[in-house]
Design a protein around this ligand. Structure first.
Ligand code: 6PG
Length: 244
């Protein structure tokens, strides 16, 4: 039985933030109900910021048992902690600094160590998470953004990191999207995903979204969605009208 695949189209960025924040509450609570804890892998980039801020507002924040939630990041730039280009720093300012996730549940990538050392450290952090029968970390909730070239995480079309199957986290250099040095979860790391939410807003995402939904395997996002589906995870596309 293939798990659910849903497409939710909303008017614009504000409605996207509202719908994404509400999806996080529902998904995190379902996951905590099922397993006692939930690991939420955030996405970087600009799209999710308003959703993180909306979730930090009391009316929604109160709906999550934050002490049962672990937070990770799908990819991170190798910049100093607190640098404006840090995905974690942006998520912390918008949400993580405003909710009571226990410190040991905040799985911050240490991008400041440089790509190789940061990837090794994050590999160990993810490997320590509860695992699925297949051995992949159980990721109850994963958010992914998408680039105009169809990249997701820091996995870019045609790049070797896409094919790495024996690691959960890889270093990335010369990223086509600046900053150049990053770490990224691999497609293999997604094999234990239970609920994937793909967020896309704006005209520039209409083409990659359409190609990914049509199964164009040249796009990393297509392969990420396939990894989740083959693991029995659910996939929800949350799009604004321009991206749909
Ligand atoms: C990053 C992100 C990246 C992002 C997409 C979409 O580190 O840049 O993780 O994968 O999700 O590039 O970015 P926008 O939301 O800014 O369009």
């Amino acid at each position: 039985m293939t798990a659910a695949e849903r497409v939710q189209v909303v008017d614009g960025p504000e409605e996207l933030a509202e719908a994404a924040a509400r999806a996080a509450v529902a998904d995190l609570e379902a996951a905590v109900e099922a397993h006692g804890t939930a690991t939420w892998v955030l996405t970087g980039g600009g799209t999710p910021g308003a959703a993180y801020r909306r979730l930090a507002a009391h009316d929604l924040r109160a709906g999550v048992e934050w002490d049962r939630v672990r937070v990770a990041m799908g990819d991170e730039r190798c910049v100093p902690a607190g640098h404006p280009e840090s995905n974690w720093g942006q998520a912390a300012a918008a949400l993580l600094d405003h909710v009571p996730v226990p410190g040991h549940h905040l799985l911050r990538p240490q991008g400041e160590l440089g790509a190789e050392a940061a990837a090794d450290a994050y590999q160990a952090a993810l490997a320590a998470l509860p695992a699925t029968p297949g051995g992949a970390p159980r990721l109850e909730v994963v958010w992914l953004g998408v680039g105009e070239d169809g990249h997701c995480l820091s996995l870019f079309p045609g790049r070797p990191e896409l094919e790495v199957a024996d690691r959960l986290v890889v270093p990335v250099h010369d990223s086509p999207k600046p900053p150049p040095d990053r770490i990224s979860l691999t497609l293999a790391a997604l094999a234990g995903t239970e609920r994937l939410l793909v967020l896309a807003a704006g005209l520039g995402k209409a083409d990659p979204v359409a190609r990914a939904r049509a199964g164009d395997d040249r796009l990393p996002l297509t392969r990420a969605v396939a990894a989740v589906r083959s693991a029995g995870g659910s996939v929800t596309w949350l799009l604004d009208r321009a991206a749909a």
